[in-house]
Design a protein around this ligand. Structure first.
Ligand code: ADP
Ligand code: MG
Length: 285
């Protein structure tokens, strides 16, 4: 069966301060096609335009030029008053900050988008409980945000976002404020939603070990797509990553350094266990 296209962007450009001396072109012709059920990571140095791109993907903002079709809807042709509807129906957003209402418990926070979406009360509560279980928060449903860790708060936010059953979720550095445990929890939740529910995921991250967990990595540099492929393909080009101010995951960087000293290790092992096994085989006498 042919895969369905969720996001189809061609020649997307975005400038800020248009017509002033400070005019700044941030996106310089982006072509991206994302298929239903894909898990795509977007990486790039700070200021490379990741958030600008995400805001366009999520139709929070419009490109200066180019075409963008989101699930058969031509976003560039949509009127302003249609954009928020399209956004609410088709895309869920997760930001760096948790976007929870502070004096309101986890269930009520998850109910909120359904309240606006017109889901009746009893159904809302049942569904909120179910969603909190899905993100591993079944034992913290009555907790206030201040009683939760960063990773837990972010998972409650994710539960609220999937409440309206978007086909696609876009996450802009959702783990940036989290400790390693919180990061793992959130990454587990994201990969599980993608795998079990078939939700299309677009994850912006500056943690390369997180990007390595995606099926596909898109590298942004100077407002253009510098690379687009599987994590193994993209990250094995270690020198390209360095040139644009990024690094590959630590496993790949380690093998790369060892190769400079006479080893001949593959640069495609992203998993620490696999990397350890390769090193073990190489070093054992
Ligand atoms: P990233 O998320 O990769 O760090 P951004 O998309 O946030 O990059 O920013 C890219 C560039 O666009 C930066 O130079 C930033 O200052 C500029 N920029 C981002 N948003 C705006 C805005 N709303 N108005 C003007 N300039 C912006
Ligand atoms: Mg950003």
């Amino acid at each position: 069966m042919e895969k369905k296209i969720v996001i189809d962007m061609k020649g997307i450009r975005k400038s800020y301060y248009i017509g002033t001396e400070n005019e700044l072109e941030v996106l310089k012709g982006i072509d991206i096609t994302v298929y239903e059920g894909e898990f795509v990571a977007i990486v790039g140095a700070s200021g490379s335009g990741k958030s600008t791109l995400m805001n366009i993907i999520g139709s929070l903002d419009r490109p200066t030029s180019g075409s963008y079709i989101l699930e058969d809807v031509d976003i560039t042709a949509a009127k302003d008053n249609q954009l928020s509807n399209i956004r609410n129906q088709k895309i869920g957003f997760v930001f760096q900050t948790y976007n929870l209402i502070s004096k309101t418990n986890a269930i009520k926070n998850v109910e909120m988008p359904m309240l606006y979406g017109g889901v009746p009360g009893k159904q809302r509560i049942e569904r909120a409980k179910e969603l909190l279980k899905i993100v591993g928060m079944g034992d913290r449903m009555k907790h206030l945000p201040e009683e939760l860790s960063g990773g837990q708060k972010q998972r409650v936010a994710i539960a609220g976002i999937i409440a309206m059953e978007p086909k696609c979720i876009v996450l802009d550095e959702p783990t940036a404020m989290l400790d390693p445990k919180g990061r793992r929890e959130v990454m587990q939740t994201i990969t599980q939603l993608n795998r079990d529910k078939g939700i299309t995921v677009i994850l912006i991250t500056h943690h390369m070990d997180e990007a390595a967990q995606a099926q596909r990595v898109i590298v942004l540099h100077n407002g253009k797509v510098a690379d687009d492929g599987t994590p193994a393909e993209v990250f094995s080009k270690v020198e390209n990553m360095h040139k644009i101010g990024l690094a590959s995951p630590q496993t790949v960087e380690l093998c790369y350094e060892l190769n400079k000293n006479g080893f001949d290790l593959p640069l495609s092992s992203l998993d620490p266990n696999e990397c350890a096994q390769i090193l073990y085989e190489e070093l054992k006498v």
